[in-house]
Design a protein around this ligand. Structure first.
Ligand SMILES: [Zn+2]
Length: 307
């Protein structure tokens, strides 16, 4: 888990961000042209949420191209690092990989990447996903074209501007009056895999209201106090996960049997035992769900020696 930021005692949620987004440069056409002509410039080619990575034992690094090597596609500026190296993404067909590299995405390689690489990949994948579904104007149906270094699409018929979407979702660790934590298994997950609850924010709803609604819908548990904990970008395809702690006012559980197959309360001892015996499997270590659980648990979660 190279360089992945986590603090189980503090309030730092998983986030990746080491290359400045450099928003002021997106309208500087002379700078953009010079950066694209600079062989030091590093380009990620993104296709279907994936790029090329060199994956080794317990670590992975992204494969960057120089601008001259990159196939035609939708180009966007990702940012500039502290050495003044510019980073771009291009949504295009990924060139055939060399033998030592392979296609990789956030899900399979996210935990293996450095913070810088994970941040660049999350940014690039989020923008590429948005470009892929935004080729036509949602107002009039005419084609749109990328402008502002690939961060806006403009309607070619009437000039309306369309911005990348970022859908808010809530993810919440619910505790009961005895400070036990509510973990649930999604109906689509394999046996033994559990996590905290999550759901999308609906129009007209605050994030805190979404927390209370989702917890009640999925498990029948009523919550009182809801407090913000931290957030994580999750561009699959375009979400921002807002993490919360929620206090249940009761302990009775009635799962919805649609989205959630089972749910129960765990004390810290219950959870430690279930993890060590292999009765439970936790979310991957890059996820805000695991971070929320670990902030409640108080330290890193144990895992069986065999895995
Ligand atoms: Zn239009």
């Amino acid at each position: 888990m190279a360089g992945f930021l986590i603090s189980v005692s503090g309030s730092v949620a998983p986030a990746w961000h080491e290359v400045e987004h450099s928003t002021q440069l997106r309208t500087d056409t002379a700078w953009l042209e010079a950066a694209w002509a600079d062989p030091r410039t590093r380009v990620l080619v993104v296709e279907d949420g994936q790029t090329l990575a060199r994956v080794g034992d317990g670590a992975a690094e992204l494969v960057f191209f120089s601008p001259a090597q990159v196939p035609d596609g939708t180009r966007f500026l990702l940012g500039v690092d502290s050495d003044d190296v510019a980073y771009f993404g291009v949504a295009a067909a990924i060139p055939d990989p060399d033998s030592d590299v392979r296609r990789a995405g956030l899900r399979d390689a996210g935990t293996l990447l450095t913070d810088r690489d994970a941040g660049l990949l999350a940014h690039a994948v989020g923008l590429a996903n948005w470009h892929a579904v935004s080729r036509f104007c949602s107002r009039c149906g005419a084609p749109t074209e990328p402008v502002i270094a690939g961060h806006v699409r403009r309607c070619t018929a009437e000039g309306s501007e369309h911005f990348p979407r970022c859908d808010p979702a809530v993810i919440m660790l619910v505790t009961d009056p005895d400070d036990r934590c509510l973990l649930a298994r999604n109906a689509q997950w394999p046996p033994r895999r559990v996590s905290v609850l999550a759901g999308f924010v609906e129009p007209g709803e605050s994030a805190e209201q979404a927390v209370a609604r989702e917890v009640f819908e999925e498990t029948g548990v009523l919550v009182g106090a809801v407090t913000y904990a931290g957030s994580q970008p999750w561009p699959l395809p375009h979400s921002l996960m807002l993490g919360f702690r929620a206090q249940a006012t009761g302990t009775e559980i009635a799962v919805d049997d649609e989205e959630i197959a089972e749910a129960r309360w765990y004390s810290r001892d219950d959870l430690r035992e279930a993890l060590l015996s292999g009765d439970l499997i936790m979310p991957p270590s890059l996820s805000i769900s695991r971070w929320l659980i670990e902030t409640w648990y108080g330290t890193r979660l144990p895992h069986p020696a065999a895995t």
